[in-house]
Design a protein around this ligand. Structure first.
Ligand code: PLP
Length: 377
């Protein structure tokens, strides 16, 4: 830091320059985040100084967080769910597994978690932090976890099962009712990572075919991210529990704070996320999200059809707004697209080019993306 401060106008210019260097969302088909809804931005700005780590100093903000958990609970078929607004899917996944670790006493170094090969890397972080081993079950031909293989990996030191509703790479949904049954039969805590799919599946036309939330017996916790398809600001995640007791397992004494105890991973945490999430969920309602998801799915199918017309093969028929197409050298194509200013990503098993059709990927964006990809394939 400099000895003497710099004039505000200079700094504002520096900030403007930095913002200009960021990639505009309209060129991004690799991210699961999008431009937040304007009402979320407004609410975020208004609550930027509130700290939910000390909730009794901010009872108004705390009531917004409480209302968010109520709305998320309704969305996930459990209006009285417990939970809190996290910083995103990573924190939600870590915390859910922390509850499982607290719940089942297993000798240190022996605890394991059984999860799909397709699970997000946040589970690797959780495993390192909690000192547990990950046992990864293979996927079937549809890129869903093989439930029999999961069953075969369970032993008496298994503290949790995990399933994914909307895998990061392909957007596939695991067979959650079957895994819920397994969890109940084996009496094991079951966490569903719906960080991406949580704000998509309930709004799909055939949503009732994909059961993934508290409607499924055995599901004990769900991660769902407002800062992905929920149109809220970053950082906004949601962690919901079937029972308050799982959240209580996380309580730590925090005597100097107004609440005396704390369950969240972060200490000081932004109230802006809760305010933004509250505002956008109240404003859009089920109907508003249905329209957003419907447009994303229309654009997803437009992109899928354009790729099929080019003679390309899909890695998976889109279940949600993610298109994956098999290519012999997907990485080379990704780099060429990047040189043209497009951001897409690749997957490894199977090797594919991956495009996430977020709300900023409009019909016009799809058309111009397709025009460019045709030039290089
Ligand atoms: C399925 C899934 N879970 C968890 C995460 C982690 O979310 P975050 O980056 O918000 O921590 C992601 C991120 O893309 C995800 O796709």
């Amino acid at each position: 830091m400099r000895e003497h401060g710099v004039d505000e106008t200079v700094i504002l210019k520096e900030l403007e320059d930095a913002a200009q260097r960021n990639v505009p969302y309209a060129r991004v088909l690799s991210s699961m985040c999008t431009t937040p809804h304007p009402i979320a931005l407004k609410a975020h700005r208004e609550f930027i100084v509130s700290n939910l780590g000390d909730p009794k100093l901010f009872p108004g903000t705390a009531s917004l967080e409480h209302a968010c958990i109520g709305m998320l609970g309704e969305l996930l078929h459990l209006p009285l769910a417990a939970g809190y607004i996290t910083t995103g899917g990573t924190e939600s996944n870590i915390q859910a597994l922390r509850s499982a670790r607290q719940l089942k006493k297993v000798d240190p170094g022996k605890a394991n978690i059984v999860l799909p090969e397709s699970a997000h890397y946040s589970f690797d972080k959780a495993a390192q932090m909690l000192g547990v081993t990950l046992r990864r079950a293979p996927l079937d031909d549809e890129l869903k976890v093989d439930v029999d293989a999961m069953a075969g990996l369970i032993d008496r030191n298994t503290i949790a099962l995990v399933a994914i509703a909307g895998t990061t790479e392909f957007g596939q949904v695991d067979s959650i009712p079957a895994i819920g049954k397994l969890a109940l039969d084996e009496d094991i805590f079951f966490h569903v990572d719906a960080a991406f799919g949580g704000f998509v599946i309930p709004f799909l036309k055939d949503s009732s075919k994909l059961k993934f939330d508290f409607e499924v017996p055995g599901v004990m916790s769900v991660a769902i991210d407002p800062h992905k398809m929920g149109m809220s600001t970053i950082p906004s995640g949601g962690l919901l529990y079937r029972d308050e007791r799982f959240m209580k397992l996380l309580e730590i004494n925090a005597q100097y704070l107004t609440s005396q105890v704390q369950s969240s991973l972060a200490g000081t945490r932004s109230g802006a996320s809760a305010a933004a999430t509250y505002a956008v969920m109240r404003h859009l309602g089920m109907d508003g999200y249905r329209k957003i998801v419907s447009t994303c799915m229309d654009n997803t199918l437009l992109l899928r059809d354009s790729l099929l017309d080019m003679g390309l093969e899909l890695a998976l028929e889109p279940v949600m707004n993610i298109v994956t197409t098999k290519l012999p050298d997907a990485e080379a194509t990704r780099k060429k697209l990047c040189d043209m200013g497009w951001f897409v990503s690749t997957t490894s098993r199977p090797e594919a080019l991956r495009m996430v059709v977020m709300p900023h990927v409009t019909r016009t964006v799809v058309d111009s993306f397709v025009t460019d990809i045709k030039k290089i394939l």
